[in-house]
Design a protein around this ligand. Structure first.
Ligand code: DX5
Ligand code: ZN
Length: 237
């Protein structure tokens, strides 16, 4: 059986208005019951499923690859948001597209010709995101900024969940919000909790990754609701 044969995707991602989205990160889930944990947060109203792919080379940790995503795909209608923390995203993007990812985000720090990587991913028929590390400047993505569906700003150093939010990235977030078109998403990743999400929302983030603040809690659905509530209050302010 090819588990990806039932691939589903959520086409509204790039088209809709910049409403707020919560993207639980699977990294903090219990890997012995992933299918159940994904179903739980999907029923509880998650907007995207954030998939942290680590190669033990670009980052000092190893998580999972396309086959795990392929096995999960038939069991969820969530938008699969793949965050590739890998040295050679161009080489592996096709495997992640075939596994059922709806969006593939690569790190700008890993590529020499970002425009080529954007084209390559787009030609695979999926959305394209670019990610910048906490100290990586906006200049590095300027040449492809108008060509991506999403910019992901790391608010921790990639590699591990459960780290402390780096507030120094917020001026960069504010600047990016001004540069991006309304149809382009701005995502933040790392150390998001009910307090830090307020600062991120205020700076203009619309898509919030959270691992330990959701799957690390006894009631992930309630934890997700608390995050959404905090961000919405800020955006409505
Ligand atoms: C870190 C990952 C994050 C991580 C977030 O390299 O990209 O997505 O899972 O975890 P928390 O929300 O616990 O900081
Ligand atoms: Zn991530």
């Amino acid at each position: 059986m090819n588990p990806a044969s039932n691939t589903v995707s959520s086409p509204d991602f790039a088209l809709s208005t910049p409403r707020m989205r919560i993207a639980p990160s699977l990294l903090a889930a219990d890997f012995s019951r992933l299918r159940d944990d994904v179903a739980r947060i999907e029923e509880g109203g998650a907007d995207l499923l954030h998939l942290d792919v680590m190669d033990g080379h670009f980052v000092p940790n190893i998580s999972f690859g396309p086959s795990l995503i392929e096995w999960l795909r038939p069991h969820s209608k969530l938008f699969f948001d793949a965050h590739l923390m890998i040295t050679d995203p161009e080489k592996y993007a096709e495997a992640f597209a075939k596994a059922g990812c709806d969006l593939i985000t690569f790190h700008i720090e890993t590529v020499d010709e970002p425009a080529r990587v954007v084209d390559h991913i787009r030609n695979l028929g999926v959305n394209v995101g670019v990610c910048i590390n906490p100290t990586t400047e906006i200049d590095t993505i300027a040449s492809i900024l108008s060509d991506v569906d999403m910019v992901l700003v790391m608010s921790v150093w990639p590699g591990f969940g459960g780290q402390k939010f780096i507030a120094d990235v917020l001026p960069k977030v504010r600047e990016l919000r001004k540069l991006l078109a309304p149809h382009q998403r701005l995502e933040i990743d790392g150390g998001i909790d009910p307090a830090t999400i307020i600062a991120a929302a205020e700076a203009g983030v619309d898509t919030f990754v959270a691992g330990s603040a959701i799957f690390g809690k006894d009631d992930p659905v309630q934890a997700m609701a608390a995050l959404r509530h905090a961000a919405q209050n800020e955006q409505g302010a």
